[in-house]
Design a binder for this molecule. Structure first.
Ligand code: IPM
Ligand code: MG
Length: 359
């Protein structure tokens, strides 16, 4: 099992190190190879996604990714900014299906900003289309000055676009995921205003004919945002476009107590994938050893399940995280009364120790 390890920027290297530690505590053999990505790659090679990194990612069975980005690159032309690395990887590897589960661990109901009864037992799955939409419309960012900004310009625009095959394939992924869970799918759009999302809604409805056992609902994105914080447990699986999925998944993350808890999987048509926490590089806390590594560790569990066919190991890893939380260990972002607050490494050590103890 070949894994490309791309730590990236900010807290990326710290949290990825803990996920690697957890993987190594399993009784499995991995071939891990690390490469630079994002701002770190720009510093080393002049490009956020160097050819060698892309090649490594393409050759691997799965990619374990940390995070990219730092404010200090805001003055670079867009094509050289760290974010282009993750967008480029998604596009180049054809990772169109992004799974962002939002699960509220029983021990963390107090850490959520919502009332405990609203989030206790929460288990929803956001499926975000990841290689289309306004993120990849043309001519994206082509008109800015070399520093990526628009001095003296009168307008700027991005194009929102989806093709039928792009919507159909993510719809199939979503219906199949819903079928394996609670059998309910909510498609989120903005069909009342945008042509792109009227089309989205129509195509998802057409695909539904092949999944009569799944209950399909449609929701406008503004209403979906409201419902997510009003009564999040009403959802089972949500499927939506790239842009709305970006926004709604951050909102859903907070329901679970902290965005530091939310893993993600980005899959291609053959379940090859890239696994990353849903949060960013958090440059403000980078190097302080306080970041929560659990989103990355849980992403590694998703990697074991989806790309490496190691369901049993995935379950063990998730159980180890659960056990550590039950034992009262918390990073600062999920701290609550009566718990012991630890740093990034101690949290990773605790997960690894549990895995070793089970062996
Ligand atoms: C995410 C991030 C990325 C996105 C950024 C870093 C480009 O916010 O994965 O949600 O917008 O997709
Ligand atoms: Mg985001």
């Amino acid at each position: 099992m070949k894994i490309a390890v791309l730590p990236g920027d900010g807290i990326g290297p710290e949290i990825v190190a803990e996920a690697v530690k957890a993987l190594q505590a399993l009784d499995l053999r991995f071939e891990l190879e690390t490469a630079v990505v994002g701002g770190a790659a720009f510093e080393a090679t002049g490009h956020p996604l160097p050819e060698a990194t892309l090649k490594l990612a393409k050759a691997a069975d799965a990619v374990l990714f940390g995070a990219v980005g730092d404010w200090k690159y805001d003055k670079l032309e867009r094509a050289l900014r760290p974010e282009q690395a993750i967008l480029g990887l998604r596009k180049e590897l054809g990772l169109f299906a992004n799974f962002r589960p939002a699960i509220c661990h029983a021990q963390l109901t107090d850490a959520s900003s919502l009332k405990p009864e609203l989030v206790a037992g929460l288990d929803i799955l956001i499926i975000r289309e990841l290689t289309g939409d306004i993120y990849f419309g043309q001519p994206r960012g082509r008109r800015s000055a070399p520093d990526g900004h628009f001095p003296g310009a009168e307008e700027a625009f991005d194009t929102m676009r989806y093709s039928r095959p792009e919507i159909e394939r993510i719809a199939h992924v979503a219906f199949q995921a819903a079928r394996k869970r609670g059998g309910r799918l909510t498609s989120v759009d903005k069909a009342n205003v945008l042509e792109t999302f009227q089309f989205w809604k129509d195509v998802v409805s057409e695909v539904h004919a092949q999944y009569p056992d799944v209950q399909l609902d449609h929701l406008y994105v503004d209403n979906a945002a409201m419902q997510l914080v009003k009564a999040p447990k009403q959802f089972d699986v949500i499927v939506t476009g790239n842009m709305f999925g970006d926004i709604l998944s951050d909102a859903a993350a907070m329901l679970t107590g902290s965005i530091g808890m939310l893993p993600s999987a980005s899959l291609d048509a053959d379940n090859k994938g890239l696994y990353e926490p849903s949060h960013g590089s958090a440059p403000d806390i980078a190097g302080k050893g306080v970041a929560n590594p659990l989103a990355t560790i849980l992403s590694a569990a998703m990697m074991l399940r989806f790309s490496l066919n190691q369901e049993e190991a995935a379950t063990r890893l998730e159980a180890a995280v659960q056990g550590v939380l039950e034992g009262g260990l918390r990073t600062g972002d999920i701290a609550s009364a009566g718990c012991r607050v630890v740093g990034t490494q101690a949290m990773g050590d605790a997960v690894a120790a549990r895995l070793r103890a089970q062996r």
